[in-house]
Design a protein around this ligand. Sequence first.
Ligand SMILES: [Zn+2]
Length: 309
Amino acid sequence: MRVALKVDVDTHQGLGQGVPRLMRALTDEGVTATFFVAMGPDNSGRAIVRVLKNPGFIAKMRRTGAVSMYGWRTVLSGTILPARPIALAYPQVIRALAQAGFELGVHGHDHVRWQDRLDAIGETGVRAELAEAFEAFRAVTGEPARAFAAPGWRTSAAALRALDAIGVDYHSDTRGRAPYRCAIGGEIFTTPEIPTTLPTMDEVIGGPGLTERDAVVRYYLDRFIGGELNVHTIHAETEGMGELDTFVAIVRALKERRARFLQLREVAAELDRGALPVCDVRRDTLDGRAGWISAQGDARGHAAAALSA
Ligand SMILES: [Zn+2]
């Protein structure tokens, strides 16, 4: 069983507090991971206001305990309190990750703006978000970013076109089954997509029968597939904070099952772009998550055949 842990870092607090804890836990367990950091301002308060405006999600807020999980400073960030920077507030944390051998990538500039307004900001807005994020990444690490993960698993033709132009080695923008090349509206994109294959813990916790730690660990163990690449996205704000013990229990159980942990760049290095299936990217919804996400749709055949057609 191969397991790639993808760590999304969405907030100032997640990078400052969650990431150091996760880094220590992963190092103690001898397990590697790929960290995707939102490079720009932390407007997560706006995301929470959005959730509160939608009565259907108040129950989820209560269930997941967003205020106790994030704290009031994060809940209000970008609303009545100013947005705090994320990557630029903690460059030493990002550099420590690189020094410890973890892989780093870009998780957008303004996570909330991308997630809420991806279509509204248009091609120019998308390019500006990416340019700011990639520039900040280079400023902090001294290296160009080689990988991108879309905030909120939301992508578009404009975003995929811009990422092809930047020339990243791969992106991890969608939910799906296995690596593929993206197609939207007949347009086929070049960069390989490595989708997240498992539900995230914030989607799972609090569901029916899923309040106790043992039940959550069992839920995940039933879903990792032997002989396949499993891409599991975790959050600095969830597994790095209140759910660290649950996460470590899952990692230990996977180690007992002789899982091999690898970074997404190792997965990308093994991919043959021409041999990857081309799949439509469609907009879908998931249990436990507000709004739409991008998902791997049906295959249209292999990339080489699709391109020559
Ligand atoms: Zn995120």
